[in-house]
Design a binder for this molecule. Structure first.
Ligand code: ZN
Length: 172
């Protein structure tokens, strides 16, 4: 397993305070020995400084009871993780970056520009119109099950349960 959510995720990792309804808190991803670990912090512990340097973080909120799970996806988090994974040579991170790219294409954040071959690998060229940037993404030729399981891991880690079981694909 390359992903882990620190147990006791209903509360702050540092002071163990349980989050209450509608409380705002911070979730952060840490890269600890090639394992992404998500840790949650209450606002005051976060502001007092946590240990270690996070890979990415986002502010979130405990949903109101009896309310349907919020379906707004924080695209900024996905984009941030995508950008920080650029240049990684670690297989799991490359695979994750590819799955994130597929998702962001589907959500029309990225546009698929072209495919090219380079050193026997297939590279997808993406544009990000909002910032007029372009990205190369290595196509790791994942099987559908691998894409599905990465998507499930990613959504679990980021708490986007509604991403579950959505199979992502682009035209083959
Ligand atoms: Zn705390």
């Amino acid at each position: 397993m390359e992903w882990e959510i620190k147990k006791g995720s209903n509360g702050c990792l540092l002071c163990n305070k349980e989050f209450s309804e509608e409380e705002e808190y911070y979730s952060a991803l840490f890269d600890e020995n090639k394992t992404f670990i998500r840790k949650d912090f209450c606002a005051s512990c976060w502001n007092n400084g946590k240990e270690g340097e996070e890979f990415s973080f986002w502010k979130t909120k405990v949903p109101k009871k009896d309310k349907p799970v919020q379906t707004m996806i924080n695209m900024d988090v996905l984009l941030d993780v995508f950008m920080k994974l650029e240049g990684s040579h670690e297989t799991h991170e490359r695979n994750l970056r590819y799955v994130l790219a597929l998702y962001l294409i589907r959500k029309k954040v990225f546009k698929l520009k072209s495919l090219k071959r380079q050193d026997g690998e297939e590279i997808i060229l993406l544009s990000y119109p909002k910032e007029e940037r372009e990205f190369d993404v290595l196509n790791p030729h994942l099987k559908e099950e691998e894409i599905e399981s990465l998507t499930a891991e990613m959504s679990q880690l980021l708490n986007y349960s509604y991403l579950d079981h959505e199979v992502l694909s682009i035209a083959n």
